[in-house]
Design a protein around this ligand. Structure first.
Ligand code: FAD
Ligand code: NAI
Length: 468
């Protein structure tokens, strides 16, 4: 028995479930397949990514504030104690609530949900193999939205107990005395921050000479200084070449990236966070001839693969591996399938690191503008001169606005500071409308807010900054 659909979506992460919602809105008969054993929708983001990590970042941040800042604010708490079990439970509750929300959205938008592994048999047929048996679905279009998985590091085998990926790092049964994080990227710094706040000594081993490599150099340098002040330790320009697990912990071999003498680092736990790679195993890509590049990303042109009727999006294709990018892809891909003008502006996908303070950026970095030979102007404003930040004793960081020297068009905005992830939305909106720095500078911003720092940085581009 086969079922006939307009679209069959394989993978129910932000890319897949947003595609299903838009398909329902446009009246397409849709099926979505998810292979997670726990039968939960929402993909990496909701189950083991964005949501659980942010739940732990929030709770651990409150713990650290209570521990270190309450007294100076005149708040006495008595014996502050960590209840790790409860902290992990509230994280699981957040995941449960949101995955249930996606189930509701699938029902509301009339998408049929199949639990099991999806395999493409031909451009019009998908096999679902699950605990409840096999089923074949006939369809006019197939969307591959299977996401990504952890990139392994040879010589450092992940057991999700002592040597963990981000998934294991969201569920450590006790706070490690010493956690070594391999990779100074987003996952390493976010989850490293969680465990440092809860009491771990955290050492970050990063291959390159800077943390958060895609970020503006000034942002990455200042951010590293802030994290260091908080107690995080860094070994930059270094690589881990081996790991030995013992009953009491892990012994790592660390070498300079450019060659040189190796050293041994003892720790209780290791987080491997050196990036993610597209996940397309068992999908049947070879059977139908869908092309991938050397790194396994599915090759697409406006989400179309080389096989007519088969589309791909999200982490499985090129572009930033971010939930909001996958969501945009999902909507645009369905609009194209429905004959509409689906479009994603990949130049304006904001990037946020949810540490304390946060780091947020959109558009070009100063280094990219220099490399491209663009004539640009810079405006910068420190939170140390922002009244709200001063009042709240949260003065670390700055806002930097980069604008075209001739036209004043905003080309990039980079923020290190509390709530940078919220502040960046203004920059994205202005840039989406092709706005100028003067547009931000002449827009009334409420006082006292941190958003005034964004305005002041834009005023800096115009040469009217009020900074003392
Ligand atoms: P996924 O969310 O990976 O979903 C793909 C789904 O497809 C999975 O559920 C998988 O089980 C399923 N699947 C795979 N193969 C098959 C098959 N053959 N049959 C059926 N189902 C299949 N991004 C942000 O924007 N903000 C953040 O704060 C953020 N935090 C993160 C924190 C961590 C720890 C991690 C790991 C990632 C984080 N990300 C964040 C990245 C974000 O999770 C991904 O970019 C996003 O989930 C990609 O969405 P997707 O739909 O492409 O794939
Ligand atoms: P990443 O690409 O952000 O960082 C990996 C880091 O590891 C890089 O700095 C890289 O230079 C370094 N590295 C690579 N090989 C190494 C080695 N052998 N030894 C030491 N360092 C090495 O990848 P990460 O942190 O694993 O995250 C994966 C993706 O998940 C991110 O790129 C992002 O797209 C997404 N994500 C997004 C979040 C957000 O938006 N806040 C949060 C977490 C993840």
């Amino acid at each position: 028995m086969t079922d006939q659909y307009d679209v069959v979506i394989i993978g129910a992460g932000p890319g897949g479930y947003n595609a299903a919602i838009r398909a329902g809105q446009l009246g397409l008969k849709t099926a979505i397949i998810e292979k997670r054993d726990n039968k939960k929708l929402g993909g990496t983001c909701l189950n083991v990514g964005c949501i659980p990590s942010k739940a732990l970042l929030h709770a651990s941040q409150l713990y650290e504030i209570a521990e270190k800042d309450f007294a100076s604010l005149g708040i006495e708490t008595g014996g502050l104690k960590l209840d790790l079990k409860q902290m992990l439970k509230q994280k699981d509750d957040a995941v449960e609530g949101l995955t249930k929300g996606v189930e509701f959205l699938m029902k509301k938008n009339k998408a049929d949900v199949y639990f099991g592994s999806g395999e493409i048999l031909s451009a019009t047929r998908v096999l679902v193999s699950g605990a409840d048996g096999d089923k074949k679905l006939e369809t006019k279009n197939i969307i591959i939205a299977t996401g990504s998985e952890v990139t392994p590091l040879p010589g450092v085998e992940i057991d999700e107990k002592q040597i963990v990926s981000s998934t294991g790092a969201l569920d450590l049964a006790k706070v490690p005395d010493h956690l070594v994080v391999i990779g100074g990227g987003v996952i390493g710094l976010e989850l490293g921050s969680v465990w440092r706040r809860l009491g771990s000594k955290v050492t970050v081993v990063e291959f390159l000479d800077k943390i958060l490599p895609p970020m503006d150099d000034e942002v990455s340098k200042q951010f590293q200084r802030i994290l260091k002040k908080q107690g995080m330790e860094f070994k930059l320009g270094a690589k881990v070449t081996g790991a030995k697990t013992t009953k009491s912990g892990v012994q790592l071999t660390v070498e300079p990236a450019k060659g040189g003498e190796a050293e041994t680092v003892d720790c209780d736990a290791v987080l491997v966070a050196i990036g993610r790679r597209p996940y397309t195993q068992g999908l049947g890509l070879e059977t139908v001839g869908v092309k991938t590049d050397k790194r396994g990303f599915i090759e697409t042109d406006h989400f179309k693969t080389n096989v007519p009727g088969i589309w791909a999006l999200g982490d499985a294709i090129h572009g930033p591996m971010l939930a909001h990018k996958a969501e945009e892809d999902g909507t645009a891909c369905i609009e194209l399938i429905a004959g509409k003008a689906g479009h994603v502006n990949y130049d304006l996908v904001p990037n946020v690191v949810y540490t304390y303070p946060e780091v947020a950026s959109v558009g070009k970095t100063e280094e990219q503008l220099k490399d491209a030979g663009v004539n640009y102007k810079t405006g910068k404003f420190p939170f140390a001169a922002n009244s709200r930040a001063k009042t709240n004793h949260e003065t670390d960081g700055f806002v930097k606005v980069l604008a075209d020297a001739q036209t004043d068009k905003v080309l990039g905005v980079h923020i290190v500071g509390v709530e940078a992830g919220e502040l960046i939305a203004e920059a994205v909106a202005v840039m989406e409308f092709g706005g100028a720095s003067e547009d931000i500078a002449r827009t009334c911003h409420a006082h006292p807010t941190r958003s005034e720092a964004v305005r002041q940085a834009a005023m800096g581009v115009e040469g009217w900054t009020m900074q003392a």
